[in-house]
Design a protein around this ligand. Structure first.
Ligand SMILES: [Zn+2]
Length: 207
């Protein structure tokens, strides 16, 4: 059975590869981590995702690359701080932690569909939480040993934007909890997403 969102994700990947051909420049300071990245002290295990990461993502593997100036022009200061500087946002004070609308969450950095509301659940953490991504290959993982903890940082594999962390205390069927910053996501309603999928699929269907 072909999962529709998966097909859409594949379409997005094709587009992302195409976009990469247009953006060849890459600055050497994209991996620099700012000391102004937010810090939220954990009050329990589930809040561990609130700590900023200290993970170096291998930017040579990503397909969408932008200069630092391009990233700053594309993103709001908050999105830039979280997605590009591996910061974190406040729990319960972000766009999607309590969003129950039906739809899909795209990467703020490259418009790849990463998470589906059908996989969203109430984690009680104050951050949007999912038990699986739409396509696991689009969500990269890195071991994060910052703050005296071993965590698994997650990022968009297409553009390298930091997303959050993944923990193994999630609900069934995966048992995983993807704890994601709203600032790294852009929500699209199901109706708009269906239109988006149809649009992305057109050139592929004509082949
Ligand atoms: Zn991305």
């Amino acid at each position: 059975m072909i999962h529709r969102p998966l097909a859409a994700a594949c379409a997005a990947f094709v587009l992302a590869v195409g976009a990469a051909a247009e953006t060849k420049q890459m600055t050497s300071n994209q991996n620099q981590l700012s000391s102004d990245a937010g810090y939220c002290p954990p009050d329990d295990k589930k809040s561990a995702c609130g700590l900023p990461s200290r993970v170096v993502i291998d930017m040579s593997k990503v397909t969408v690359k932008r200069t630092d100036a391009e990233w700053r022009a594309r993103l709001t200061p908050e999105q830039y701080r979280v997605a590009r500087q591996q910061g974190t946002e406040y729990p319960f004070r972000n766009a999607y932690w309590d969003n129950h609308a039906d739809g899909v969450y795209f990467c703020v950095g490259c418009d790849t569909p990463l998470f589906d509301s059908r996989h969203k659940f109430e984690s009680g953490t104050g951050w949007p939480s999912f038990w699986q991504p739409i396509e696991r290959g689009f969500v990269g993982e890195e071991k994060d040993a910052s703050h005296g903890m071993i965590r698994v940082e997650t990022h968009c594999n297409v553009c390298g934007s930091h997303l959050g962390h993944v923990f193994d205390d999630g609900p069934r069927p995966t048992g995983l909890r993807y704890c994601i910053n709203s600032a790294s996501l852009k929500f699209m309603s199901r109706a708009d997403y269906d239109q988006w999928v149809a649009k992305q699929s057109q050139p592929l269907a004509q082949k």
